[in-house]
Every structure is written in structure tokens, then in C-alpha cells.
Unconditional design. Structure first.
Length: 126
């Protein structure tokens, strides 16, 4: 009996990490606000950015998307969960595609992408 081929395991149907990073690159932003410092944010919906509470410590923030910086207003904060929601003045940035957490299966790959402390946006390798 021969070993199963990759196609039999569905491996070829899963996008590569490089493809995922390329797709998410325009949805990952740099957030700078007050004395909280600089961190990562994610374009969650048209004009909305999710970041950390400790990064968005003031009512206004600067968000850098694809080399362009624009002002954003902090509209919600949750100190206990360390989350903040910012509203961009424009809705030109591309939101991430999300899935319902209930649809995830045990063993399914999950990737966290960010660039804390003002590092460069993630770049595909190769």
C-alpha cells in the first residue's frame, strides 16, 4: 500500500502562509496614539480599526495604511480585554476577511500577524 499523497490530505487546498501574508498586508496597520506608543491594528470593517487599549490611550490616533497616514478617532475601549476600536476618516482601506469562530475545527491552522512597537509591516519571504 502506498502512502497517501498530499492531495488526499487536502494540503494543496490550503493557501500558503506567503499567500495569506500577501492578502492581509493591506489590512494590517500601524497605530500611534499619545503616550501609549506604537502598535499594530487590523482593518476590521470599512473605516474601523481594532487595536490594543494600551496603544490607543488618547481620543485621537494616527493610523498608517500602505504608507499613507491618516487621523482616526478612538470610539470604544475595553481595558480588561486590552482592545480599542478606532474610526478612520476614510473607508479606503481593505478590511480583513473573517470567519465565525464556531466554524473553526480542532487542528485547523490559525495565524497571528502583526508588527508591534512600530516595526515594519509583515513582508512575504522568499
Amino acid at each position: 500500500m502506498s502512502p497517501p499523497r498530499s492531495r488526499d490530505l487536502g494540503v494543496l487546498e490550503t493557501p500558503s502562509i506567503e499567500a495569506i501574508v500577501k492578502r492581509l498586508r493591506d489590512s494590517i496597520v500601524t497605530v500611534t496614539a499619545g503616550r501609549g506608543g506604537t502598535g499594530t491594528g487590523v482593518i476590521w470593517d470599512n473605516g474601523l480599526v481594532v487595536t490594543n487599549h494600551h496603544v490607543a490611550s488618547t481620543s485621537e490616533a494616527q493610523v498608517t495604511v500602505g504608507g499613507q497616514t491618516e487621523r482616526a478617532r478612538v470610539i470604544e475601549r475595553d481595558r480588561r480585554r486590552d482592545l480599542a476600536l478606532l474610526e478612520l476618516r476614510s473607508d479606503s482601506a481593505r478590511p480583513v476577511s473573517t470567519r465565525d469562530a464556531a466554524s473553526l475545527r480542532v487542528g485547523e491552522m490559525v495565524i497571528a500577524i502583526g508588527h508591534a512597537w512600530g516595526g515594519q509591516a509583515p513582508r512575504p519571504w522568499g
